[in-house]
Design a protein around this ligand. Structure first.
Ligand code: NDP
Length: 250
């Protein structure tokens, strides 16, 4: 089948795009002339981000909890009304609870699963059918999804499941021209890291990362942008660790 590429600029959806890694990913697309819809649960931070990006015609901010089907469907309608197409989806919205196994409540477990796993499932379910010219999905997982470590029963399990979902989606969507990959960031200095990385965790990372430092949101965005681009046109169902060598060092 020959795909006809429409002439209007490409559109990327970035969930959890109001700050941190998601905001850096939005900047990556905008810097390359693409349009961006930011979906975020935090309306105030979202408004500030949209204003800071200062490209009103190119950016759409949508207040949306990715774990709520009706809100995701409403966001998709708003994107199509405003931009008329979807080319990439970055499932970046995430929450972290770092607690010992036996201290993690069922509510905390469900909250993490609802955002990190249900959110990516729902957004892919709703946005993939809109990628009528083909497209790319990138799931932001974590090195905590690649290996088990203390305090991460909910977070690590949600990210490991997200990695398997990446492969399931890659297998099922590849034949309609949609590639699905995952990026596994190592520690990145964001609000989330400030909330859950204790001095002990920071010291462990410092010793275990060959490059000896945290990553930046921009370094994660570069990998995500590559996976969404034509340069990655035959990359499908893969996990790309962007972690300063942490995973390689075992
Ligand atoms: P931040 O907490 O800084 O930003 C995440 C954004 O997502 C926030 O604006 C947050 O809003 C929003 N969000 C949370 N829940 C929802 C929801 N249900 N629907 C829509 N938006 C939501 O996180 P980071 O930028 O650090 O992380 C981005 C992604 O990268 C996450 O998936 C995270 O797990 C992953 N990651 C991060 C690492 C790090 O060290 N920073 C390492 C490895 C992976 P609010 O603040 O109101 O919750």
């Amino acid at each position: 089948m020959t795909r006809t590429e429409p002439t209007s600029a490409r559109v990327a959806i970035v969930t959890g795009g109001a700050r941190g890694i998601g905001l850096a990913i939005a900047r990556w697309f905008l810097a390359r002339g693409q349009r961006v819809a930011l979906l975020d649960i935090d309306g105030e931070t979202l408004d500030r981000a949209v204003a800071a990006l200062a490209q009103p015609g190119q950016v759409l901010g949508l207040h949306c909890d990715v774990g709520q089907p009706q809100q995701v469907e409403a966001a998709a309608r708003a994107v199509m009304q405003r931009f008329g197409r979807v080319d990439a989806l970055v499932n970046n919205a995430g929450v972290a609870v770092f607690k010992p196994v036996l201290d993690t409540s069922f509510e905390e477990w469900r909250h993490v699963m609802a955002t990190n796993l249900d959110g990516a499932f729902l957004c892919t379910q709703v946005f993939a059918p809109l990628m009528v010219h083909g497209g790319a999905v990138v799931n932001i997982a974590s090195i905590s999804g690649l290996r088990a470590s203390t305090l991460r029963i909910a977070y690590g399990t949600s990210k490991a499941a997200l990695l398997h979902m990446t492969r399931q989606h890659a297998v099922e969507l590849g034949n309609v021209g949609i590639r699905v990959n995952a990026v596994c960031p190592g520690p990145v200095e964001t609000e989330m890291a400030r909330q859950v990385h204790s001095p002990a965790i920071r010291a462990d990372y410092h010793d275990a990362i060959p490059q000896g430092r945290y990553g930046t949101p921009e370094e994660i965005a570069n990998a995500v942008g590559f996976l969404c681009s034509e340069e990655a046109s035959y990359v499908n169902g893969q996990f790309l660790a962007v972690d300063g060598g942490f995973d390689a060092a075992g």
